[in-house]
Design a binder for this molecule. Structure first.
Ligand code: UD1
Length: 333
């Protein structure tokens, strides 16, 4: 059985679908701080399989031990964390408390329960603003530009240090920009309140929930002046987690960082234009000043994932955008 922390969230829920499709049994721990129980019901609907579930906060170690007693856990995928870059600047302690203490507890738990298979949800944010793109796993890890970003860098360091003192196999998956939704339209990115990320904002403008998309900066040193990112379909990303769990079964006893992207950079304007083409809906947008902390351009060299995990992204930008739109149309409120 695989323990998925934060399993009701955006990437977690898609990953569980792929785990169940590959006949893994799944135990979810989630405190619903930025997710809903309905996502778990949707997963069961999509797969026709059931999942075990515990509602709790991972910062409560005694409860974690107590509640998981009866489950035979082979591996852990640790998603549970806060993820808003902007919010983390205003509430740094909230981010360090949740993201770091939950990780420490889950690693203590891994040792106590003799689990040796660990997958961590990291981010390309560890590369900061890179001098050379595409970035490889050997590119320099930077200092971190926000408490959120630092919590991922520190998280990777904690896992490395722990691995030097205790034997287990770990993969730090460094995601580029996950977008899109499951082909069923039943699960997807559903931020509470005003979206920070680009795609939910675009779909909310398209459906009329928001009036205008603000494009942050049109004067970057990029082909059309807007930022470049490596957008990756969340279903592709989810499948990579299953491959990582399978790879760790070889007991390599190391910590391996792996980039997960498509290897292509797309600009914000390209996203808007492709969205318009795929959905035939016009997006009302305005080019505004740059957003503080944004990196002008980043995309990944994703050859290591292919070499080690046998995984590479399959789905196109059109697939990503049409599935995101399909999900938005299905959201009830
Ligand atoms: C950020 C983090 C990433 C994190 C992710 C999760 C950095 C460098 N990146 O990604 O590590 O995992 O958030 O939340 O810290 N944009 C607009 N208008 C909008 C929203 C976004 O123009 O309303 C633009 C941004 O300027 C950026 C692109 O769209 O160029 C993508 O932004 P976003 O979806 O917020 O992701 P990142 O900032 O790349």
């Amino acid at each position: 059985m695989i323990l998925v922390t934060g399993g009701a969230g955006y990437i977690g829920s898609h990953t569980i679908v792929e785990l169940l499709n590959k006949n893994f049994e799944v135990l979810v721990i989630d405190n619903f701080s930025n997710s809903e129980l309905s996502a778990l019901n949707s997963i069961e609907k999509i797969t026709g399989k059931s999942i075990s579930f515990i509602e709790m906060d991972l910062r409560n170690y005694d409860l974690l031990i107590e509640k998981t007693k009866e489950f035979d856990i082979e591996g852990i995928i640790h998603f549970a964390a806060y993820k808003s870059v902007g919010e983390s600047v205003f509430e740094p302690l909230k981010y360090y408390d949740n993201n770091i203490n939950s990780l420490i507890n889950i690693l203590n738990f891994l040792k106590e329960r003799s689990i040796s298979n660990f997958v961590f949800s990291s981010s390309c944010t560890v590369y900061g603003s890179p001098e050379i793109i595409p970035v490889t796993e050997k590119s320099e890890v930077k200092k971190g530009e926000s408490p959120y970003g630092k919590s991922k860098i520190i998280g990777e360091e904690i896992i490395n240090d722990f691995n030097a003192s205790h034997t287990f196999s770990a993969i730090n998956l460094r995601y580029f920009n996950p977008i899109g939704a499951h082909s069923s339209g039943l699960i997807g990115d559903k931020p509470s309140g005003k979206p920070n990320n680009l795609l939910p904002f675009v779909t909310q403008v398209a459906i009329g929930k928001r009036e205008v998309l603000s494009i942050f900066g049109g004067d970057y040193d990029t082909p059309d002046g807007t930022c470049l990112r490596d957008y990756i379909h969340v279903t592709d990303l989810a499948k990579a987690h299953v491959s990582a769990i399978e790879y760790n079964r070889k007991n390599h006893n190391k910590v391996i960082p792996i980039n997960l992207g498509t290897g292509n950079g797309s600009s914000v304007l390209e996203i808007v234009n492709t969205f318009e083409k795929v959905t035939k809906i016009k997006i009302n947008f305005k080019i505004n000043p740059r957003r503080k902390g944004d990196v002008p351009a980043i995309f990944g060299d994703c050859s290591l994932s292919k070499k080690l995990l046998g995984w590479e992204a399959q789905l196109s930008l059109e697939d990503m955008l049409s599935s995101a739109w399909n999900f938005e149309k299905n959201i009830k409120n």
